[in-house]
Design a protein around this ligand. Structure first.
Ligand SMILES: [Zn+2]
Length: 307
């Protein structure tokens, strides 16, 4: 673990508990493969206690095996990393999960029949947010409903993309400069009606400002959708995927490689929005998880979890 490199990422002024958590997460994300499990072993207990909440992730030790075990959660392939002496799974936990025993994590080792592991989901309270939209953006007509359903199915399929190469890092760069206007997990009311929780982070900025890839990867979808407007999805590897929505000008195409920090489009006002902003979402095993857990250099990130 390169502690001085990690320190450089964090900067002064963070609460000690937040700082310690970020150091643990950064250690896992930054350490070379051979060192990763050592760092993960140090951080896993903290991470389990800290982020195994709805919208977070669980770090589950899988033990030794000659090759990376194949793990599934709710039928979706799970991020697995490590070395033959010790593997670990990083499991995205759905926002609508109940606290308590999680559904089974199924693990196929290189020999023998699959095994099942359970972990515990801890409680987390998310605040509510009240938004006002045009009524036809809340009460959808049958044609819009059918469109949304088809788009939801398409996006869910894209989010199930799983490729074997390991991401260079679990750290993400800020995808744009701007002001955080809505955090992940807020329970949303549109015109007074309860809707699903917010599954990403909103960053407000002027139309036309650049939007960058938060990490290197492959563009796996470019679309223009009812809710998210012009949207790009990037696959970073092993089910770790980022999504950029409401863009005004998309420069990239599917199957193109992008580098961390490379401009992919511009801030826009497309889809269902109340003003120009980027909706930024991060996924593990097709589950939306809190982007703030990975954006270690984002200056406006607020402490979401305490140890
Ligand atoms: Zn959003």
């Amino acid at each position: 673990m390169n502690s001085s490199g990690v320190e450089a990422h964090l900067g002064p002024g963070l609460r000690p508990d937040r700082r310690r958590f970020l150091q643990m997460a950064a250690a896992i994300a930054c350490a070379p493969m051979a060192e990763r499990l050592g760092a993960a072993g140090l951080g896993a207990a903290v991470l389990r206690r800290t982020v195994a909440v709805p919208g977070g992730f669980a770090v589950v030790h899988l033990g030794p095996d000659a090759a990376a075990p194949i793990a599934h959660f709710n039928g979706d392939r799970v991020f697995v990393s490590g070395t033959p002496s010790a593997w670990l799974a990083i499991v995205g936990i759905p926002l609508d999960s109940q606290p308590g025993r999680a559904p089974p994590l199924t693990i196929q080792y290189s020999a023998g029949s699959p095994r099942v592991v359970y972990f515990t989901i801890e409680e987390k309270h998310y605040d509510a947010e009240y938004l006002t939209l045009k009524s036809d953006q809340v009460d959808l007509n049958p044609a819009d409903l059918a469109r949304c359903e088809a788009e939801r199915t398409h996006l869910q399929r894209v989010l199930r993309t799983y490729s074997d190469p390991l991401p260079a890092s679990l750290l993400l760069l800020p995808p744009c400069q701007g002001t955080r206007t809505s955090t992940f997990g807020l329970v949303r009311f549109f015109n007074g009606q309860a809707r699903g929780a917010h599954n990403g982070m909103d960053i407000a900025a002027q139309v036309g400002k650049p939007v960058m890839a938060a990490a290197s990867g492959e563009v796996i979808d470019v679309g223009d959708y009812f809710f998210s407007g012009r949207t790009v999805l990037v696959n970073h590897g092993r089910g770790f995927i980022s999504l950029y929505a409401h863009l005004s000008d998309v420069k990239v195409k599917p199957r193109r490689r992008v580098m961390a920090g490379q401009q992919m489009g511009k801030i826009g006002i497309t889809g269902r929005v109340t003003g120009p902003h980027l909706h930024f979402a991060v996924y593990l095993n097709a589950v939306a998880v809190d982007p703030a857990l990975f954006l270690l250099s984002e200056p406006r990130v607020q402490p979401l979890y305490s140890l």
